[in-house]
Design a protein around this ligand. Structure first.
Ligand code: NAP
Length: 475
């Protein structure tokens, strides 16, 4: 059994109260973490603020060395960390390994990017009045970054905040999700082992409503970087005042299947996109718009492949889909499916539980206003929807309060560019599903999917301040 307190200044600070972290698949206790008090939060922020004064002075190559060592240590502990993900969030082993490898990438890329944080020359003499002056910009760290993270990628999404923050010379106070805090404490120890000075990363766990509010409002915190639901994201934005805020929020991502060369490959990608980690992925495929020319063969093959998904114990190597994060979340998803059925939707497969697992579900005859379409399901549910006209399919994708990423399968270059221009999302994947993401690409949404961009180099831009230097050479 793992047991953690708050991690402040590279030391454990015991808490008076503890909370249990349960294995979502079998309900066993995986570990206990402290519930940080207001005083613990205050100490964590102070530790980060004090550490910032010296950390910002570290030369880039030394920050890079810490991040590169962290990448190496994560790689060496792949098996142990993957097993913890399996137990903490019931992520199937094969996906857990992918997450750990991605965290290695995130730190490795951050190590490289730490060395190329730079400004640019500004040609002041391009306008009258600029004669005799030279100017350039520099990028400076902001200070203490408050990071709040969700349960679904509790290692790599923490990495996406911590690695770029440290690369840029900031220090961090992290509040991980209460359902999955354990691996964040493992990461904090890895960073200490990698040589991160005390106070560089501080981790406190406890209810987001209490700790989150305090962290967001603390005047010593320069920026909040949040990944989670739109509901919480909106509250954070309201409370943050003039602080810089990055919000990576939810979505009901769509894919449009217009014309394809190999339907089986498209089916395979859509199954991966919709059911990986039981659909608990922000860019999970939720709405599948299929040209009516392809609808019947697509649906037949899609259903057959979904029925063949191996469900079960996340610890087993061949398990493809396991339990959702909590019984409450499973119940919500079943309720939404039931509501859709009452409105006339058809459950092609799934729609019920098997043990602790919500079976992968395919819906047809859905209406746009149903929760399974309009809201973020964040579960193993996808709706397959026929369309006649490509422009109409693009318009349907856009009729959403979200806009994270979208996918379009087409062999027609004009249609690809048309989709790129029309879709109101942060990223358009041509001939792929919306769920495609690599850790160095710009990533983020529009509308209620958030603001700002992650992906290491882009997060570094968000986590630094542009400062201008002007030299008057004629004085
Ligand atoms: P969540 O309920 O919004 O929680 C996310 C984090 O916010 C947790 O650490 C939570 O703490 C904390 N929190 C809760 N209330 C807060 C408040 N009032 N102030 C500050 N923090 C607060 O999200 P989740 O269920 O963990 O994750 C699922 C959501 O994350 C989905 O909507 C998904 O789409 C989104 N997501 C987005 C991305 C992206 O990159 N766009 C990536 C992954 C996930 P507690 O755990 O203690 O409640």
């Amino acid at each position: 059994m793992l047991e953690y307190a708050s991690w402040i200044g590279n030391e454990w600070v015991p808490s008076k109260r503890l909370m249990e972290v349960l294995n979502p698949y079998d309900g066993s206790v995986v570990g206990r973490v402290g519930i940080a008090s207001a005083e613990d939060l205050d100490r964590a922020v102070q530790a980060a603020a004090t550490a910032f004064e010296s950390f910002r002075e570290l030369p880039a190559y030394q920050r890079a060395e810490v991040l590169a060592r962290a990448a190496q240590l994560i790689a060496e502990r792949e098996e142990k960390l993957a097993q913890l993900l399996v137990r903490e969030i019931a992520k199937p082993m094969r996906d857990a390994r992918v997450e750990v490898r991605r965290a290695v990438n995130t730190f490795a890329v951050a190590a490289e990017e730490a060395k190329r944080i730079q400004g640019e020359m500004v040609p002041l003499d391009a306008v009258r009045g600029g004669e005799g002056r030279v100017a350039f910009t520099v990028r400076e760290p902001l200070g203490v970054i408050g990071a709040i993270t969700p349960f679904n990628f509790p290692l790599n999404l923490v990495a996406h905040k911590v690695a770029p923050a440290l690369a840029a010379g900031n220090t961090v106070v992290l509040k991980p999700a209460s359902k999955a805090p354990l691996i964040a404490f493992e990461l904090a120890q890895i960073l200490a082992e990698a040589g991160l000075p005390p106070g560089g990363l501080n981790v406190i766990s406890g209810p987001g409503g209490e700790l989150g509010d305090r962290l967001v409002e603390d005047p010593r915190v320069a920026m909040i970087t949040f990944t989670g639901s739109a509901e919480v994201g909106k509250k954070i934005r309201e409370r943050a005042g003039l602080k810089r805020v990055t919000l990576e929020l939810g979505s009901n991502s769509a894919v449009v299947i217009e014309d394809v060369q190999d339907l089986d490959r498209v089916v395979e990608r859509c199954v991966q996109g919709a059911y990986t980690f039981a659909g608990q992925v922000c860019i999970s495929v939720q709405r599948i718009y299929v040209s009516e020319r392809l609808y019947d063969p697509f649906l037949d093959r899609f259903k057959a492949r979904v029925d063949a998904l191996k469900t079960g114990d996340p610890a087993e190597e061949d398990t493809e889909l396991s339990a959702m994060i909590s019984p409450g979340e499973s119940a919500r998803v079943l309720e939404w499916i039931g509501e859709a059925q009452e409105g006339g939707a058809r459950v092609e497969t799934g729609g019920k539980m098997h043990g602790s697992i919500v079976l992968p579900t395919v819906l047809t005859s859905v209406q746009e206003e149903m929760k399974v379409c309009a809201d973020e399901v964040f579960g193993p549910v996808a709706a397959v929807i026929p369309y006649c006209d490509f422009e109409e399919a693009l318009a349907a994708v856009n009729r959403s309060r979200y806009g994270l990423q979208a996918g379009v399968f087409t062999q027609d270059l004009n249609k690809a560019f048309r989709a790129l221009k029309t879709l109101k999302v942060g990223g358009v994947m041509i001939n792929d599903i919306p769920s495609f993401r690599l850790d160095h690409m710009p990533y983020g949404g529009v509308k209620e999917s958030g603001m700002g961009r992650e992906g290491v180099p882009y997060a570094i831009q968000e986590m630094t301040e542009l400062k201008l230097a002007v030299f008057n050479l004629e004085f």
